[in-house]
Design a binder for this molecule. Structure first.
Ligand code: ADP
Ligand code: ADP
Ligand code: ZN
Length: 213
């Protein structure tokens, strides 16, 4: 099963994709996480990507596309995968299409104000990149990751001015993919407002109604 989770920054893509990954035993491919790993490891790719990420802009397609192509060709992707944060523009969508048809695009929708609040409270583990929220999904121990004990931090691009820029980027470059996938009849919109559990249920229902589970 090949799934795409699409939506604005902070809509809950990572949270839901990680849940689904556990439930369906499919790898979650999060391009943002992969890029942050390159940045923190100080690789050439990371150095090239960093400036774009800090400004809330898309990293150039050639970098991203090569990364995804390589990742989906690995053994653990044979049964399928869940893409989180890719594709983010039409060129990426075209490349993905050439790799084979997707079964479903889950479009998680959330408004700008909700998202700004969510991202202001988002904290991520420095070690394993697990995601928390100060109010909506707090860790058991203050400032520490439940999964690995790593230290939690706020992403530099979760500051409000960068979030607004990411939103603008999303509207201009990524939002058009909604119509694109709608026209292919593989898009299902899931309301991103509600608790993490409620949204997870809606996604399960959607997968059932499509005969995917
Ligand atoms: P969020 O889920 O909060 O929108 P991500 O972690 O997915 O953020 O992405 C963080 C940043 O990484 C983006 O703002 C962008 O600079 C870069 N990035 C991630 N995925 C892509 C992609 N598919 N194409 C281009 N840039 C990307
Ligand atoms: P995305 O990957 O789309 O950028 P995340 O999954 O990282 O979004 O979620 C953004 C922030 O909002 C995180 O701090 C997360 O814990 C929190 N969050 C996710 N889903 C919900 C929800 N349904 N209600 C409230 N907060 C949420
Ligand atoms: Zn951790």
């Amino acid at each position: 099963m090949k799934l795409v989770v699409l939506g604005p920054p902070g809509a809950g893509k990572g949270t839901q994709a990680a849940k689904l990954s556990g439930e369906l035993s499919l790898p979650r491919i999060a391009t943002g996480d992969m890029l942050r790993l390159e940045v923190s490891s100080g690789t050439e790719l990371g150095k090239e990507a960093e400036g774009y990420m800090r400004r809330g802009l898309l990293v150039p397609d050639d970098i991203i596309i090569e990364m995804v192509r390589e990742r989906v060709s690995q053994e653990d992707c044979k049964r399928g995968f869940i893409l989180d944060g890719f594709p983010r523009n039409m060129a990426q969508a075209k490349v993905l299409e050439a790799l084979g048809p997707m079964d479903l695009v889950i479009y998680l929708d959330a408004g700008e104000e909700e998202v700004v609040e969510r991202l202001a409270g988002r904290r991520a583990c420095r070690e394993c990149q697990a995601v928390y929220h100060l109010r909506f999904s707090p860790p058991k121990a203050d400032g520490r990751c439940d999964l690995c004990g790593g230290r939690l931090h706020q992403r530099e691009d979760d500051r409000e001015e960068v979030v607004r820029e990411r939103f603008r980027t999303y509207r201009e470059r990524t939002q058009p993919l909604v119509q694109y996938y709608q026209a292919k009849s593989i898009l299902e919109k899931v309301e991103g407002l509600g608790t993490i559990e409620e949204i997870s249920w809606s996604i399960q229902e959607t997968l059932e109604s499509r005969g995917l589970i």
